[in-house]
Design a protein. Structure first.
Length: 146
């Protein structure tokens, strides 16, 4: 509904932004999502940001560029297993959450995220799939009415 999702492809220095308030043509299955993401990547141009489908935007960017964009909206939190329990933390309405996938952030990337982060948050003591972490974060924000 009102989520901005960013995916960063560090080897390409590419940022994909999905503005869920503007998305169209997305069915609730992985194939349609993959097709929209593939379409964004195929239509990528390093010269400027391109809207490849309603709500899907792709452009050349560094991690620092993305963090700048996130910080302009609200506080930034880094998600790691060793962080403070999400349920005990005060979270503001327009917070952003940074997490990695099965490949951890590089030492340099992690230093940059930690330098900017308001705090390190954990959704639990176990390592989870990134998609599950996102679901848990959304659930907690919904429960708080944020």
């Amino acid at each position: 509904r009102d989520v901005l999702f960013f995916a960063y492809f560090p080897k390409l220095h590419v940022r994909l932004k999905i503005d869920t308030s503007r998305v169209k043509y997305l069915n609730p299955d992985e194939r349609s999502t993959a097709a929209l993401i593939r379409n964004a990547i195929v239509n990528y141009s390093p010269e400027r940001e391109i809207r490849t489908s309603p709500g899907f935007y792709i452009k050349k960017a560094t991690l620092e560029d993305i963090l700048d964009e996130l910080e302009s909206v609200g506080k930034l939190y880094y998600l790691r297993e060793d962080g403070e329990d999400l349920r005990t933390m005060e979270i503001e309405k327009d917070a952003s959450f940074v997490l990695s996938d099965s490949v951890n952030l590089s030492d340099e990337e992690e230093r940059e995220v930690m330098r900017r982060a308001e705090g390190i948050i954990s959704v639990g003591p176990k390592s989870l799939l990134s998609s599950h972490v996102i679901t848990i974060i959304h659930n907690e924000l919904d429960r708080r009415g944020l």
